[in-house]
Design a protein around this ligand. Structure first.
Ligand code: CMP
Length: 140
């Protein structure tokens, strides 16, 4: 087991429906510790950089529009195997395929408005965390 950090976003569909506390309760219930957190309105430039890997996808414009449409909560989560643990807790990207009890099964509206983002690997977690947090904002 390894103590890891992963990057999380509570997306606009979560802030609009006042679900940040409900989602955080699921995160903490899974044994993950929220070691940094802030509520921001993402700029288009931030969203385009963050999702740059998806720039050629047909849904890219829709994704950037959505992520800048309302506040998001960006977070750093810490725990044993945090990356895989959080991906399990989030559930499948499309809530129609997500397992019972996961955040997306419980709260997501669609594949686009899917409530949360979580890093897919250690390397991407480090890049994503560094885009939004200075080292002294993360207090484990
Ligand atoms: P996320 O984990 O934040 O990473 C990329 C996001 O693109 C993904 O979650 C989805 O919210 C979004 N996405 C993936 N497929 C589609 C799609 N077909 N239409 C709209 N958004 C999508």
């Amino acid at each position: 087991m390894a103590l890891e950090r992963t990057f999380s976003i509570l997306k606009p569909d979560a802030t609009r429906r006042n679900l940040t506390g409900a989602v955080n309760a699921i995160i903490e219930g899974a044994g993950l510790r929220i070691v940094a957190q802030k509520r921001i309105l993402m700029t288009r430039a931030q969203a385009e950089t963050f999702y740059g890997i998806h720039a050629a996808r047909p849904f890219f414009g829709e994704l950037v529009d959505f992520m800048t449409s309302a506040p998001v909560v960006v977070q750093v989560l810490e725990g044993e195997n945090a990356i895989a643990t959080y991906r399990d807790v989030m559930g499948a990207t499309n809530p129609a395929n997500a397992a019972e009890g996961t955040i997306r099964k419980t709260h997501a509206l669609s594949v686009g408005e899917n409530t949360v983002h979580g890093s897919d690997a250690l390397e991407t977690a480090a890049i994503e965390i560094a885009q939004f947090f200075a080292g002294n904002e993360i207090v484990g």
